[in-house]
Design a protein around this ligand. Structure first.
Ligand code: ASP
Length: 318
């Protein structure tokens, strides 16, 4: 099979290395984990791995998942602190444990057993963005519950977007979806989640079926945006299921987006989906008309940016 790999705008720089791995006969799982590892190490990206934006207590907590469409194998971790290679730890759950999802101290323990280097994930730049809206940071535990509503919307604030250096909001994720030379499909998702989130909050990224799903027989999908929306609609699994029952890739993406309109969600915000069908055709959809995704096939020397299909969501107008 001709390999292919796709990602979000913030993963485009990692595609040449991931494609080299696929061209050398590497697996789709290893290609998506390599891509996530590179983004997790990028100090300029405040939405994934090292230098991610922290929760309300100033702790960086990482969520990640990996799914192998060959046999529906999956591993995921939530709220990992102190190690940046979140996707590698998720792959280890899949490969070495009789489990799918690890939370609590489990991901940290597994990272140490893997021999990964502990890292202080909070950089001065990320800390400055985090602190910029916490005037009473000395007493920050006290009124947390009263503030969470304000904080969840703040992540979308245009002024905060300026401070992230990319013009992007104070949340984000990276998705990679690959098909290898054997025709196996895999997805990898990694994030530091929503800035100022409640400690221990996990988004869609570590929830198989919500932010990540891969099945060699029908295709794969992964999400970015407000994780609670994808969790409630099981968006990634839905898109794959729509293809299973005969929709084209584009129809499945659009239906996955439109399903979100049923949600009663006062915090509704931007949602984005990436997908490939079982033949490796790529596509993307977004509630933001500006959003693109990156594609790489073997003959390309660098990633190609393509527009995502814009799907207007009524829930964002309510
Ligand atoms: N989906 C991520 C989360 O909810 C955030 C994002 O992609 O913007 O944690």
């Amino acid at each position: 099979m001709r390999p292919i790999i796709i990602t979000c705008h913030n993963g485009a720089f990692a595609l040449p290395a991931a494609m080299d791995l696929l061209k050398a006969g590497g697996s789709a799982v290893d290609a998506v984990v390599l891509g996530c590892t590179m983004v997790e190490a990028n100090p300029e990206d405040h939405s994934v791995g090292y230098s991610g934006l922290p929760n309300l207590l100033g702790q960086v907590e990482l969520d990640a998942s990996v799914m192998d469409g060959n046999g529906l194998r999956a591993g995921s971790i939530g709220a990992l602190q102190g190690y940046q290679q979140a996707a590698q730890v998720a792959r280890e759950v899949m490969n070495s444990l009789p489990h799918v999802l690890l939370g609590g101290d489990g991901p940290m323990r597994l990272a140490a057993e893997m021999g990964l280097e502990p890292t202080n994930l909070l950089t001065p730049e990320a800390e400055a963005i985090w602190k910029s809206r916490l005037t009473d940071s000395d007493d920050r535990d006290a009124s947390y519950l009263g503030r969470i509503k304000q904080m969840v919307n703040l992540a979308e604030d245009p002024q905060i977007a300026e401070q992230t250096g990319t013009g992007e909001p104070a949340h984000g994720t990276v998705n990679f979806i690959a098909m290898d030379m054997n025709g196996d499909i895999a997805t990898g998702v990694s994030t530091s989640g929503w800035a100022w989130k409640y400690p221990g909050r996990m988004g869609d990224s570590p929830v198989i079926g919500a932010g990540n799903y891969a099945d060699n027989r029908w295709g794969a999908a992964a999400c970015t945006g407000r994780g609670e929306m994808a969790q409630r609609c099981l968006t990634a699994h839905s898109v794959v299921t729509f293809m299973r029952f005969g929709m084209s890739l584009e129809e499945a993406l659009a239906q996955g987006m439109r399903d979100l309109d049923a949600l009663d969600d006062p915090y509704a915000s931007e949602m984005n989906i990436l997908a490939i069908d079982k033949d490796g055709n790529p596509g993307g959809a977004s509630s933001n008309p500006e959003k693109e995704f990156a594609v790489m096939t073997p003959e390309m020397t660098e990633a190609e940016m393509r527009p995502r299909t814009y799907v207007e969501l009524d829930i964002l107008k309510r």
